[in-house]
Design a protein around this ligand. Structure first.
Ligand SMILES: C[S@@+](CC[C@H](N)C(=O)[O-])C[C@H]1O[C@@H](n2cnc3c(N)ncnc32)[C@H](O)[C@@H]1O
Length: 298
């Protein structure tokens, strides 16, 4: 057994190129592929795609547009035969707004929590609001294999020898997987004999005005407004939704938030009645509800 101190320089730890299997696993074929197809996913990022582009090539063959990303030093080793399937292979993410991202068996090879957080945030940041993350990790049970094969304990996992190099691997408990996904809506966590394979959805965040400040919220607030025209209405106002460009749409936490920003009510969905008007009459110049609805806007 080698002394632990020998591995303290993280640069000495090689990340595994990939597993040798070029066929996607059963769950990818039977659960993830149908899920992505049913949820209108078109553009996918495969982060830490591995040398054989196992999942990238499979999804590309099934009609998805796939960008594959791996470390700079790995990109040149990527199997050139399979590169033709995918849209691009690079060492950095060159697009954002992916409908889904794969992070399959990547976090488990990163030896520090800091590195894992960095990769996870980077990937989550390029998934569009409402988009999906497919995250796969080895489970703790699989670590028995590391012990049996004389892996050396290192940080919170093991170093395994691969030829002259060492690779890090760490197993996860279900609660840890849930904690990693806590900022997302978990759709499914599938436990196999050696892994957790998960699908989760990014929570859509609305930028809403509350007390004069813009905040991010998973709820859109009570009203929506058209910022150039300074008109607010109900969230389901047909005219508003049909005619408004998304970049002109603002959300308000409450009625008070809308009127103090100088918005007048929409004449189509009529979002407020006399009772509501009483609550805000001191905040606006108009004396009656009728006058308020008739306020001239641009
Ligand atoms: C165990 S392999 C998994 C490959 C592939 N996702 C699969 O499931 O077959 C881990 C991959 O993550 C890549 N990787 C490790 N750290 C990375 C990082 N910071 N950025 C991008 N890729 C990384 C490695 O180079 C390696 O190809």
């Amino acid at each position: 057994m080698l002394a632990k101190g020998r591995y303290m320089d993280l640069e000495q730890i090689a990340y595994p190129l990939t597993s040798c299997k070029t066929k996607p696993n059963k769950i990818m074929r039977e659960r993830i592929l149908p899920f992505l197809q049913e949820h209108d996913v078109k553009r996918v990022l495969d982060y830490g795609c591995g040398r054989y582009l196992r999942d990238s090539a499979f999804l590309a063959e099934n009609g998805f547009t796939v960008d594959a990303v791996d470390l700079e030093e790995q990109v040149e080793n990527i199997d050139s035969e399979r590169v033709r399937f995918v849209k691009s292979v690079s060492s950095s993410i060159n697009e954002s707004n992916y409908d889904a991202a794969l992070l399959n068996f990547v976090l488990q090879v990163l030896p520090t929590e800091e590195q894992r957080q960095k990769v996870l945030s980077k990937v989550c940041a390029v998934i569009k609001p409402d988009g999906y993350l497919v995250l796969s990790l080895r489970n703790q049970r699989d670590m028995k294999h590391c012990v049996e094969h004389q892996g050396t304990p290192y940080n919170d996992g093991f170093l395994m020898r691969r030829g002259k190099q060492y690779t890090f691997v760490r197993g996860y408990e279900r609660e840890e997987v849930e904690a990693i996904l806590s900022k997302m809506d978990i759709v499914e966590i599938i436990r196999t004999c050696d892994s957790f394979i998960t699908i989760s959805q990014k929570t859509k965040l609305y930028s809403i005005l509350k007390g004069g400040r813009a905040i991010q919220s998973p709820m859109p607030g009570e009203y929506a407004g058209n910022s150039p025209r300074k008109i607010f209405g109900r969230l389901d106002c047909g005219t508003g939704k049909r005619l408004m460009k998304p970049e002109n749409r603002v959300f308000f936490h409450t009625l008070e938030d809308a009127v103090t920003q100088g918005y007048r009510p929409c004449n189509n969905c009529k979002p407020i009645n006399e009772q509501d008007f009483e609550k805000i009459r001191d905040l606006i110049p108009e004396q009656t509800l009728e006058e308020f609805y008739k306020r001239r806007t641009k």
